[in-house]
Design a protein. Structure first.
Lengths: 369, 316
């Protein structure tokens, strides 16, 4: 069983602490992704799990065994590095076989395992080549193959797709997800790309400045971010943040932005909102919540009219990103390519308030969850 | 606003009217480009031609001549070449040079690599030790040789004193530079000690160029320190080792200064090497034709070894 437990795990370099007492429970066979901006401590955390970085404090358990001082080779883990770290002087076959050779596996077993992994990854025809004769995508597969042949309980992947082009990245995303299902092992994956995180993970760990911000399923992170950082990090283009004041209107609440009353949906927990009545908050509206016409499936009381001046229209093919200004604030909306708007036009859009977020102005924490 | 106004407003030089632009032919333009390139190469090439290429070609020609440096040069044909086979000193120098190269090249290489690995670790006083190891390479050879002779003095040198303290019989004590059986060992040890600091620096650069992720991958694959050295460090240092081997081989075949300073080729011919023999024949015996023939032999020897090394490297 390869559940992983991190308790008050921290990493310091002299006076500098890069990972602050993080707690995380990873279930056996789970696909968990650590995501965050550069320098957030996600790779350091992965490297501590791998045994490549000394643990400064706290506890790391794989299964029920304490692993703090166990060498990497004895942790039953395999790792795929960002730059693949293939041995340049060895052929693909030898690269994949090396770990088993060092573990004194028999030649027959090595050959069976290498051929089997090569077949799964479709690299059988590359086995006699050296890494320099491979493309980025092929190297990536070999790196995965090298990890697979040892049949470890835990796979650690450190930004394995960051050196691939966008198209190949998409293909490999799907392949790694399938591989996880097939291998039935625990995957811990590090990336700064939120699309990778959203599409592949069972659960996502969002990190910032060495602290875990939120651990949840991709959909929950999108729908119920606990703070402004998570709300801004998950979703592209990122969530619009507008200053507002919450006021009561009979049985419901409204958010007042730039003199306009924006209705807050009736399903919001009024007990949670009530203490903030009359206070300045931050209203989060995702760019995809804006519509040119009222959508049929959204009740009209959840729609709020917005007027804004277009600064820039970025056509993406399937949609257009409108960069606009309203009430002295920048606003981004994802609209249909049929919606023709020119720079300088004042456009009228409807915001679906069903999934808006409310954050404390000082604390930056959600007041809804 | 006109185009010319825009250009001057931006601070650019005004465009030259089309009818004033000289249209050069393709051939003339190529010649002009070549002349510019040659003008850059010329100062270096003139120096090389006068001080290196000229003397080399002259020495090649002189190998087939008789000349004592003052009288007229006379054609010797292959006389100097046949003389090589009867010259016992040349035969001794040839084999001594081979022995020196065969022993000192791998020994220096191993010492330099060992030192580089050691001084690539985070150890106390690392910078001091790196400097100390490099120092013999830049120190004055005369001063170093005097100290070396003192240390290895058979009667009063500290090395023999230590051996005596360790219980070695004074009769069995090595005579070092004064003993025909130990003289070559002394010269080789001196050569290794003097060169290893320089090659250590080259190996250090090579070690620091190895991707640390390879060691981490090897850690995860289950490699111990020795296996990491054999399967990661050694192959990754192959280009450095090739460079060091070629340079050391050439340097060893050309060994002269330490022999001159420590043993003067003796006792007997026990440390006589090719370049020292060339020096003797040229400037002691004033037989410049014969000494040029020995130089020619040395040239082809070095060329052959270097070509073999390059071929092997390419095959690898």
């Amino acid at each position: 069983m390869a559940s992983i437990s991190l308790k008050k795990l921290n990493k310091t370099y002299g006076a500098l602490t890069v990972v602050h007492d993080i707690d995380l429970e990873i279930a056996d066979k789970e696909f968990i992704i650590l995501v965050g901006p550069s320098g957030c401590g996600k790779s350091t955390t992965l490297r501590m799990i791998a045994g490549l970085e000394e643990i400064s404090g706290g506890e790391l358990k794989i299964g029920t065994d304490l692993m703090n001082d166990v060498p990497s080779k004895d942790r039953d883990i395999a790792m795929v590095f960002q730059n693949y770290a293939l041995y340049p002087h060895m052929t693909v076959y030898k690269n994949m076989a090396f770990g088993l050779q060092l573990r004194k596996a028999s030649r027959e077993i090595i050959d069976t395992k290498v051929q089997e992994a090569a077949k799964i990854l479709d690299i059988t025809h590359l086995l006699n080549r050296k890494p320099k004769a491979l493309s980025g995508g092929q190297r990536q597969r070999v790196a995965l193959g090298r990890a697979m042949v040892r049949s470890p309980e835990v796979f650690l992947l450190d930004e394995p797709l960051s050196n691939l082009d966008a198209k190949l990245r998409g293909t490999m995303r799907a392949e790694i997800t399938k591989l996880h299902k097939r291998l039935d092992a625990t995957f811990i994956y590090v990336t700064h790309d939120q699309i990778e995180a959203m599409t592949m993970a069972d659960r996502i760990v969002v990190m910032k400045d060495g602290h875990i911000q939120q651990v949840d399923t991709p959909q929950n992170l999108y729908d119920r971010p606990v703070n402004m950082f998570v709300a801004g990090f998950i979703g592209a283009p990122q969530m619009n943040m507008l200053p507002c004041v919450v006021e009561r209107r009979e049985e419901t609440f409204v958010a007042i932005f730039d003199g306009r009353e924006l209705p807050l949906p009736s399903h919001f927990d009024k007990v949670r909102i009530a203490p903030y009545e009359g206070q300045e908050l931050v209203l989060g509206i995702r760019p995809e919540s804006f519509h040119e016409l009222p959508p049929a499936d959204i009740p009209s009381e959840n729609l709020a009219a917005f007027k804004a001046v277009v600064d820039l229209a970025e056509p993406m093919g399937s949609e257009v990103h409108l960069n606009m200004t309203t009430g002295g604030r920048n606003l981004i909306a994802r609209v249909s390519p049929r919606f023709k708007a020119k720079i300088g036009d004042e456009v009228a859009l409807l915001a679906d308030m069903t999934n808006v977020q409310l954050f404390g102005k000082e604390t930056e924490r959600s007041i809804l969850y | 606003m006109s185009i010319s106004n825009t250009a001057s407003a931006a601070g650019r030089a005004p465009a030259i009217p089309r009818n004033r632009i000289k249209v050069l032919s393709k051939r003339r333009r190529r010649l002009q480009n070549a002349l510019v390139a040659y003008s850059f190469i010329a100062p270096n090439f003139i120096g090389f031609a006068v001080f290196t290429l000229g003397p080399i070609l002259f020495a090649f020609a002189l190998a087939f001549m008789h000349w004592d440096g003052s009288n007229a040069i006379t054609f010797a044909g292959l006389d100097n070449f046949w003389r090589l086979f009867e010259d016992k000193a040349f035969i001794a120098a040839f084999w001594n040079t081979i022995i020196y190269t065969v022993v000192s090249v791998p020994a220096t290489l191993v010492c330099a690599l060992g030192l580089a690995i050691l001084l690539n670790q985070k150890i106390f006083g690392r910078d001091f030790f790196r400097t100390a190891m490099f120092f013999p390479y830049v120190a004055s050879l005369v001063a170093v040789a005097v100290v070396w002779n003192m240390i290895f003095n058979p009667e009063m040198g500290p090395v023999n004193m230590i051996l005596y303290t360790l219980g070695l019989d004074p009769k069995d004590m090595p005579g070092w530079a004064a003993d025909r059986h130990w003289a070559m060992v002394t010269v080789i040890l001196f050569g290794i000690w003097k060169s290893m600091g320089y090659y250590m620096v080259i190996y250090l650069a090579g070690l620091q160029g190895i991707n640390s992720e390879l060691y981490e991958a090897a850690d995860l694959d289950g490699a111990n320190a020795w296996q990491k050295f054999i399967y990661v460090t050694v192959p990754q240092l192959a280009p450095t080792t090739f460079f060091v081997t070629v340079m050391l081989t050439i340097q060893s075949f050309k060994v002269f200064d330490q022999v001159y300073m420590i043993t003067q080729g003796g006792p007997g011919t026990s440390t006589l090497v090719l370049v020292y023999h060339i020096y003797n024949e040229a400037f002691i015996s004033w037989d410049l034709g014969y000494s040029s023939m020995i130089a020619l032999v040395l040239f082809f020897l070095v060329l052959a070894v270097t070509v073999i090394q390059f071929r092997r490297q390419r095959e690898d």
